[in-house]
Design a protein around this ligand. Sequence first.
Ligand SMILES: [Fe+2]
Length: 197
Amino acid sequence: MNYEPRTFSIPTLEGISQKSVDEHLQLYQGYVKNFNAISQKLVEYGMEDSEKHAHALAELVRRRSFEFDGMRLHELYFAQFEGGAKPLDAQSPLGQQLAGEYKGFFLQYFKAVGNMRGPGWALLYWDPVAGQFLVGFSGEQHQGHFATLPIILAMDVWEHAFLLDYGAVGKAKYIDAFIANLNWDVIAQRFETARAQ
Ligand SMILES: [Fe+2]
């Protein structure tokens, strides 16, 4: 089946320009389009002579998870801005779990992970087996994931997310702007869903 790009109602953001958001949304739509295109090709190659197409098949199978993860991570990313900035409720389960694990240093830690060199994503996962969070860095968007764990918070730190507004050395400023625009109600709801699984 073909995947459809989602639409988002994103308010005016502080420190992240409308032009940057619009271009970023176009990149997101490109992931959906490429995922569909590769999926279609794989049907063809799989049904035809898969031995004859072995090299193309191998490349496309690998490439497809890159496109899929780009699609889903951007959906998590843009949804976090919907409804406008709302602070984290310290009394909520999410607020209490973060405070219990990170002793007030969560944002500092998460920002430092996001500021690592190289394109990728800083991600907060919930591990229901251990009952704790894991912060990770996915290189590009398909490497370094914690398999099966739901993602609670997703921060895009590819250059395309900040180059327009802050230049090539402006990642830290973009990260501050990203955090300031978050609707923590959305993130808290993801935690509730993940905990209930
Ligand atoms: Fe992106």
